[in-house]
Write a protein that binds this ligand. Structure first.
Ligand code: BTN
Length: 272
């Protein structure tokens, strides 16, 4: 049975390699942890005085209470995968901070495409998918300061070296990893460096050009648009064609009868 500690198969991350790979950009502070409750939680709790002007990054080898969307748990097997939170400080926030989630999905998809060759697509709102299985997820959280967003914490989890058996039974059909898809061990450092470079590049475009380029790229990478979908909301299920996303990233679903619905949060099943 595989151990869950660092070993020659699953070495710890090299912080030096990651630091060297991203030197000079907006990521002015990198914090590494062996184990935390949740990198997002730590990112939200970090005192403002510890945040640099633009951005900071928290990376953990494992999380004891990794958070997923909609209050779910994010399984965080030690030393196998990527658990990262990128913090955009208040000076680096765009007018519409909700676009940062779409930006993170585009960045994660491109980082994986570049480093692994996998054809990663984005399922609304921001699941990273390969062959209809989830390889990564994004959880964005805002912390407010005097009534307006003071920072955005963009949590990114990517399954890199988990084997099929590492996923609990109920996730085996729907989750995957770089290793499961390619048969090879993925370089966690290489993927992290590319994620941070992509985040920086897309963030630069968002600040300079507004949301249009990010939205356009999200649509190009989307597996959802144009499909028949079922969307589970908190208290109902909406079925129809996923027609579009609006400029704030909401999904517009056209049911067979009745008016189109604009959806801000839900779980999408893509039907065809
Ligand atoms: C999802 O449900 O799809 C979102 C998963 C987000 C997981 C990442 S792992 C790093 C960061 N810290 C957390 O607690 N969650 C996010």
């Amino acid at each position: 049975m595989a151990s869950n500690g660092p070993d020659s198969h699953f070495p710890p991350l090299s912080s030096d390699v990651i630091q060297a790979g991203i030197r000079g950009g907006i990521w002015e502070r990198l914090l590494f942890f062996d184990s935390v409750d949740s990198t997002n939680q730590r990112g939200l709790a970090l005192p403002a005085s510890d945040l640099p002007d633009q951005g900071a990054v928290l990376i953990a080898e494992s999380q004891t209470s990794g958070r997923g969307r909609r209050g779910r748990n994010w399984i965080s097997t030690p030393y196998r995968n990527i658990y990262l939170s990128a913090i955009f400080s208040s000076a680096a926030l765009p007018d519409d901070a909700t676009l940062l989630s779409l930006l993170a999905a585009v960045s994660g998809a491109w980082a994986l495409r570049i480093t692994t060759g996998l054809e990663v697509r984005v399922k609304w709102p921001n699941d990273l998918m390969v062959n209809n299985r989830k390889i990564g997820g994004i959880l964005s959280e805002l912390r407010f300061g005097s009534g307006r967003p003071g920072r955005a914490v963009i949590g990114i989890g990517i399954n890199v070296n988990s084997e099929a058996g590492d996923f609990p039974e109920e996730l085996r059909e729907v989750a995957t990893s770089v290793r499961v898809e390619t048969g090879d061990m993925g370089s966690r450092e290489g993927i992290i460096i590319e994620v941070l470079k992509q985040l920086e590049a897309w963030h630069g475009r968002l600040m300079a050009e507004g949301g249009t380029p990010v939205l356009k790229e999200w649509k190009r990478l989307s597996s959802t648009l144009g499909k028949k979908v079922r969307v589970a909301l908190a208290d109902e299920v909406v079925s129809g064609i996923a027609e579009a996303i609006d400029e704030g990233g909401m999904l517009i679903v056209r049911p067979r009868s009745g008016e189109s619905r604009r959806i801000s949060a839900g779980d999408v099943t893509e039907l065809r």
